[in-house]
Structures are given as structure tokens and as C-alpha cells.
Write a protein that binds this ligand. Sequence first.
Ligand SMILES: Nc1nc2c(ncn2[C@@H]2O[C@H](COP(=O)(O)OP(=O)(O)OP(=O)(O)O)[C@@H](O)[C@H]2O)c(=O)[nH]1
Length: 375
Amino acid sequence: MSSLDPRSLIIMANFMALVMGAVLGFMWRQYPRTIHGLREWALMPAVWIVGAFLYLVPGRTEVMLWLANAGVLAGFGLFHLGCLYFLDRPAPVRALLGAFALLMGALGWFTWGAPSYVARVVVVSAAIAALHAWTLVVLWRHGTRRLPTRLVQLTLSVHLVILLVRMQSAMTARQIEGLMEPSSVQTFYIGAFVMTVLTLSIGALLMATDRVRSEFEHLAAHDSLTEALNRRAILALCQDEQDRSLRQPRPFSLMMLDLDHFKAINDNHGHQHGDRVLAHFAHTLRGVLRRTDRLGRYGGEEFLVLLPGTDAQAATALAGRMRAALASGHPLDCKVSIGVTEWQGAADSIDGMLARADAALYQAKAQGRDRTCVG
Ligand SMILES: Nc1nc2c(ncn2[C@@H]2O[C@H](COP(=O)(O)OP(=O)(O)OP(=O)(O)O)[C@@H](O)[C@H]2O)c(=O)[nH]1
């Protein structure tokens, strides 16, 4: 480690950070506008690079050093802002800018007013540590529990500890080393910073990619009007449930629902009102269903509900609760007919269940609607 020259380390890392910034910038231009924070994440390596360049310039002045610190602080500030935007959290930009101005004032004071290298190290390290801690809290509360977020959390945590150690050692060390001295301790701190910058850029890229993937998965599996699963997705889940029940026998039921006289709702109040009724219908059903139950839109105003671990009797009781929820007095409430069927064991199939649920639904319609029949 001691033979590694800090300058070479910074140059190497900056080159990689530049590439990451370019990729993030490309993603900002190309990715769906629903993914926020990419612009700030793309800018952050660029700002760090300007800071690092100012450190490296031969014969750098104190002003350049002061600006270099500004670059480092602004880079971490941009990363933090990017995380807030990405997670759709309110971003206190003014407060951050105010804190940044105060920090730069303090660094100016410890450069020209009462010059102190230790004080500058403490100010910069404490500011970055505070930002890291804040970002960690935000990610913990609002981020996913998936690998990209974990990578960023791990990076921030490790760097936070290193910063605290750096502050502690700067305050207690008798002999102060300049940042660019090629001692093993300084090389370690610079290496940690460089690795943090790189890993955070990679983490940002992975978080954005992960978000795009889950948004596309959601789009591919859901109906945009009602947010219910689409036909293909609900049928695939039905098949999965049957496969599971074949391995570990347990009951499951299907429910076919069809809104009553929906054509009249459209004809009397307009198609848009009809759409709102459908969205309210799906929303109301979700409020009644368990977390493991699945609601899907089977066709126009026909819905399918998969009820794992539920026999026909419990499904019929649930159908009653659904119809009650849809008669709460809300202006978009509607009446619904329901056909219920339970899995009959190994000889049964999803197609067979759908046919029975459909026949039961037909029976409910034939008997006067607004009721449940079991098939
Ligand atoms: N607004 C809206 N209407 C839809 C949508 N999908 C299907 N529909 C309408 O739903 C209506 C279904 O009408 P029908 O099949 O005659 O059924 P119904 O009027 O509900 O009569 P019953 O089912 O016998 O009670 C049609 O007018 C379709 O145009 C949609 O996404 N939005």
C-alpha cells in the first residue's frame, strides 16, 4: 500500500469515475422520466473530478485547495440529493446550499484567518460523515431491501467509520501529515475516498437499473387503469398456485367477478365515469383482500381473484364482504355478480376451474345479479 502514490490513485479513480458519470448521464437522457435523481448522480463524479484535479495541479495554491474541498463536499451533496430525488423524498436544497456556504466559510477561515490543517480535516470529515449518516437514514427508511441499495448502504457505512477515525486521529496526532504525502495512512484515506466515490457511482447506477427493471416488470404485469394484475400475470399465478398445491396439498379458490349492468353505467354517465368505477372497484376489493390474495383483470369489466389457502366456503364469505364493501355509499360504488370455485385436487386444472367459475358467474347473473354462486 505504501508504494502506491496517492496521485496515481486519484488519477486512476477519476478516470473510472468519469466513465461512470458518462454512463449515468446517458441513463439520465435515456431512462424513463419517472426515475428521478439521475442528473444529480451523473453530475457528482464530474464535480469530484474537478475537486481532485485541483488537488493534483502542480504548485496548487490555497485557493485551489479550498475549491478542491468545495468539489468534494458538493460531490457528496449531489449524491445525497440524487438519493432524495430518486426516492421521491422532499429535498431541502436551500438548507443544503446554506450549510455548504457555511462550511466553505469555515474552511476559508481555517485556511486564511486562523490556518489549521487539523480544523480543515475535521470540518470536511464531519460534514461528509453527517451527509452519509443522513443518506443512510433515508435509504434505510425509504429504499428497497435489494442488493444495489445494500451496496450503497455498506459503502456509506464503511466510509462513515473511516471518516470518524480520520477525525479522531487528526485531532490527536502530534505530527500532521499533508494529504499528498505518500505515507501509508494518507494513501489509505485517499484510497478509501476513491473507492467510496467509485462504489457510490456504481451503486447509483445499479439502483437506477433495478428501478427500471421493477417498473417494467410492473408495467408488463399490471393493468394501468385498475392496477390489478393483467390476464397473463394472474393466470400465471393461478398455475403457480396449482403447482404448489400439488406438492403440499392445501385448498385454494378462484373467484370470477363481473360488474352488473356496466354497459348502462357507461351509457348513462360516459366512458370516463365507467373507468373511474372500474378503478374504484379494484381499489375497494384490494382493501378487503388479504396480502397473499391476488386480483387480476380478466377482461373488460370481468375480474379474477386467486385465493390461496382458501376453500369455497371461506371464498363465499369473502365474496359477501366484497359486495358489502361495494355498497358503502361511495358515489362510484357498483353491484357485482360473483362465481366461486375451489380446487378439486390433482385431477383438476386451472382451465377446469375457470370454466366452473364462469358457469357459476353466469348462474349468478341468471338468478338476478348482485349475488354469489359456487361452481
Ligand atoms: N369504461 C369502460 N368500460 C369498459 C371497459 N371495458 C369494458 N367496458 C364496457 O363494459 C360493458 C360490458 O357490458 P356487458 O358485457 O353488456 O355487461 P353489463 O352491461 O355489465 O351487463 P351484465 O354483465 O349482464 O350485468 C361494455 O359496454 C364495455 O364497453 C373499460 O375499460 N372502461
